[in-house]
Design a protein around this ligand. Structure first.
Ligand SMILES: Nc1nc2c(c(=O)[nH]1)N[C@H]1C(S)=C(S)[C@@H](COP(=O)(O)OP(=O)(O)OC[C@H]3O[C@@H](n4cnc5c(=O)[nH]c(N)nc54)[C@H](O)[C@@H]3O)O[C@H]1N2
Ligand SMILES: Nc1nc2c(c(=O)[nH]1)N[C@H]1C(S)=C(S)[C@@H](COP(=O)(O)OP(=O)(O)OC[C@H]3O[C@@H](n4cnc5c(=O)[nH]c(N)nc54)[C@H](O)[C@@H]3O)O[C@H]1N2
Ligand code: SF4
Ligand SMILES: [Mo]
Length: 722
């Protein structure tokens, strides 16, 4: 786990020494919609309880000793434990790179400007485009790293302007998982909770590495269950920290999960490990599914997927035999141009064996950022209004219209990757607002993305730093970090929790909610201006619970420093833990088994090319915008490497530590070699956490036809010594 000067702590924050503020001054700080006017490098933090800005686990963190964050006994991290990123959560906040004044682009360079001027430019830049080309020529990125209230406002602004062109990085993340789960179960969220999954006898972790990406969920919920006898099966081309706890490891070749999962289904059916009662009472389509399995040859599929047939059978038996088995799914499954089908193949296993609707079972997508679940719940999606109600549903539009004073448009908008590809087309996007995302680093085929963003007639970015994306913007607005805002975030197991500000934004930076209110007032017609008047986040939350059916019954005040979980039936204490118990979320008693066939990866391997798959490490986060600005995390792991199997290295004369060139028709990068048998032969792995080398110049444009998610996990690359 990195080459640390000081080893990463045993996942426990520094002891609780900060003086907790009482709640009387909290109300004042939270309602605050006044702009920060503190001195530029003040960064005086108090120790109000908030939620970690990084992953979807949603640990409670606050300011502690020596400028480190420390855990408090949150609803997830019940002993106050936090991972190394959590401990470093204040370092990027007080980075010297923080934007403290708005920037506007003038005569080939960015210059600082007063807020009014920057907002005037944003208003006129976007209005001109709308006047000339209509609202569909404008698009918005919402932010999974920002609060429910902020995301709710972004989608409301887009819709008030007359477009559904609003999306967030869940498109790049679990959109395929959500598509498959909504189709099968009527809801895309974790079917179970972190508390109850420990009841499982078997964990099937497919294409996820929770030991590094969801560290506290793993350390505090999964690993203890494994210690108590739960069998962990890990399907991953790499042997990583999660594999360390696994009884069975299936090192699948990237892109071959369907053959593997179909073969597991075949073993389960052949060996009569199915749940007859569940199949009879809650499942349709069994005959067609079993007929489809007749053509599946377990040995051939295992070999095609790159795994040992005996290991595959062992995994299938363990999963099929278990009284209760919980499946977890991540980017290794979702980020393929067959991502939706991958997840269908996994759901088939749960349905065949009756592992849905009970504690210790289910299909559990481990969500990405601290609020990716919420950003989607509150409607920052081009096809859905708040609460996943389709924009095409007239009743749903009416319902929103009644609260909003305007009706949202009926036609689905463009997805995140689709719209960057549309720039330059006659009917393409011409102007955009990017709030809390860094697509120049994180979208696939990044050279094309940078060109597209640069070609926009107008681009505004709201961020903490002059990121690679902000560099391409006409206007850059300095927003507030997690430590400077109040609001709610929804974690991976559907808990809505509250963030509280520990400081004022630096310099002239403003709270994000306030910025979005200004943007909303300026971009919409005068008679709608009042739609963006709110007295702080609690007021926005009240409104969003009104139009987001799944958030019905939640109360900002009652969440306090606990949580409320959706769905939240009247009179509930904490909300519904296990979903789909008697019927599925769509109201059906039955779900259908779904035969799926292997879909070959989009890139063909030519000559001696290898498969590049990309992902994450414990110490860094996504585009690295936050973690690259943390001295501690950079000391732990300062640069990217390419993991390469010794046989593949030998064949190319590459030794550990050599500089290696990875290239294909889309681009080329140089990165040093980590020659290791922990990666399966024929596959190489890098992260995408650095702007240099920019790995996404190598990834391709292929999209899943249903969810429009890119294929980050399979690109053909030539690998040679640089
Ligand atoms: N430390 C850290 N934590 C994070 C993040 C971070 O950047 N850093 N990001 C957050 C976000 S936004 C997200 S979405 C989550 C993602 O969390 P994960 O889904 O765990 O993330 P990844 O590392 O992208 O992919 C998981 C695993 O998939 C494997 N894999 C690659 N290709 C395939 C394949 O074809 N099939 C299978 N079965 N496996 C494959 C990789 O080897 C990798 O170990 O993490 C969140 N948490
Ligand atoms: N090759 C490859 N590429 C990938 C992936 C992969 O596995 N492989 N994974 C994909 C996935 S799953 C995801 S989720 C995306 C992530 O893609 P992005 O969302 O683009 O990545 P982040 O680095 O999380 O970007 C967050 C941005 O928001 C800013 N920010 C953070 N907090 C705040 C705040 O409170 N207010 C404001 N205003 N700004 C804030 C940060 O400074 C940063 O610029 O990347 C995708 N790209
Ligand atoms: S596990 Fe996730 S939420 Fe918890 S401290 Fe680590 S990064 Fe933050
Ligand atoms: Mo993600």
């Amino acid at each position: 786990m990195g080459t640390a000067d000081e080893p990463p702590s045993p996942f426990l924050g520094a002891s609780e020494t900060g003086s907790a503020s009482d709640s009387s001054d909290e109300a004042e700080a939270e309602s605050g919609s006044g702009s920060g006017s503190g001195s530029e490098s003040a960064f005086e933090f108090d120790s109000r309880k908030s939620i970690c800005p990084f992953c979807g686990v949603g640990c409670g963190v606050r300011h502690g000793n020596g400028d480190k964050a420390t855990g408090w006994e949150g609803s997830v991290n019940r002993r106050g434990e936090v991972c190394p990123k959590g401990v470093a959560a204040f370092e990027h906040v007080r980075s010297e790179d923080r934007l403290v004044r708005p920037l506007v682009y003038e005569s080939g360079t960015h210059v600082t400007a007063p807020w009014d001027e920057a907002l005037d430019r944003l208003e006129s830049g976007l209005r001109e485009i709308v006047d000339e080309h209509g609202p569909e020529a404008v698009a918005f990125f919402a932010s999974s790293s920002c609060t429910n209230e902020e995301n709710y406002l972004v989608q409301k602004i887009a819709r008030a302007l007359g477009t559904n062109n609003v999306d967030n990085c869940a498109r790049l993340c679990h959109s395929s998982t959500v598509a498959a789960m909504v189709e099968r179960f009527g809801a895309g969220a974790m079917t179970n909770t972190l508390e109850d999954v420990g009841d499982a006898d078997v964990f099937l972790v497919c294409g996820a590495n929770p030991a590094e990406q969801h560290p506290i969920a793993f350390q505090s919920y999964l690993a203890p269950a494994v210690d108590d006898g739960t069998t962990l099966i890990h399907v991953d081309p790499r042997d990583n920290e999660t594999t360390g706890e696994a009884a069975v490891h299936l090192p699948v070749t990237p892109g071959y999960d369907i053959p593997l999962l179909n073969a597991m289904a075949k073993v389960i059916v052949e060996e009569e490990l199915v749940d007859e009662t569940f199949l009879e009472e809650r499942v349709a389509g069994r005959e067609a599914f079993e007929a489809h399995l007749e053509d599946v040859d377990v040995e051939a599929n295992a070999r095609e997927a790159g795994v040992d047939p005996a290991d595959l059978r062992e995994a299938a038996r363990a999963y099929g035999d278990a009284d209760r088995a919980a499946a977890f799914t991540g980017m290794g499954m979702s980020q393929h141009h067959c991502g939706t089908d991958n997840v269908h193949a996994l759901i088939n296993l749960a349905v065949l064996t009756g592992n849905v609707g009970e504690p210790g079972t289910g299909i559990n997508p481990l969500r990405g950022q601290n609020n990716v679940q919420g950003a989607n719940d509150v409607g920052a999606r081009p096809g859905d209004l708040p609460g996943y109600e389709p924009v095409t549903d007239a009743d749903a539009r009416d319902r929103c219209g009644e609260v909003w004073g305007f009706e949202p448009p009926a036609g689905p908008g463009r997805t995140q990757v689709e719209w960057t590809r549309s720039v330059g087309d006659d009917d393409g996007v011409r102007g955009a607002v990017v709030f809390g995302e860094n697509p120049a680093v994180t979208e696939p085929n990044a050279s094309e993305v940078a060109d597209a963003l640069a070609d926009l007639e107008f681009l505004a970015v709201i961020d903490l730093y002059k990121t690679e994306t902000a560099t391409l913007a006409d206007v850059v607005l300095p927003g507030s970090s997690w430590a400077e805002k109040a609001g709610t975030v929804t974690n991976t197991d559907r808990r809505v929790q509250r963030m509280r500000p520990a400081a004022e934004p630096p310099g002239e930076a403003r709270r994000d909610l306030e910025i979005l209110q200004s943007v909303g007032r300026r971009l919409t017609d005068r008679d709608l201006e009042s739609e963006f008047e709110y007295d702080g986040p609690a007021a926005v939350f009240d409104e969003l619970t009104e139009v987001t059916p799944i958030y019905g019954g939640l109360s900002y005040e009652e969440i306090d420093d606990g949580y409320q979980r959706w769905p939240f039936p009247e009179g509930a204490d904490e909300g519904t833990a296990v979903l789909h118990t008697e019927e599925f979320a769509n109201g059906d008693r039955r779900t259908e088994l779904a035969p799926v066939d292997h879909v070959p990866p989009a890139d063909d391997l030519e000559n001696d090319q290898l498969v590049l798959t990309t992902g994450r490490v414990l110490e860094h986060f996504n585009s690295g915008a936050l973690t690259r600005r943390s001295g501690t995390l950079m000391r732990l792991r300062g640069e990217d490497v390419v993991q390469l199997h010794p046989d593949d290295a030998d064949a190319r004369g590459i030794e550990d530590g050599d500089e290696v060139r990875l290239s294909n028709a889309r681009g080329s990068v140089t990165v040093s070699a980590d020659v290791t048998p922990t990666i399966t032969r024929g596959t190489v792995f890098t992260t995408f956490h650095y702007a240099e080398p920019l790995i996404n110049v190598l990834t391709g444009d292929a999209l899943d036809p249903v969810a429009k998610i890119p294929e980050y996990k399979h690109s053909a690359v030539t690998v040679e010594r640089a």
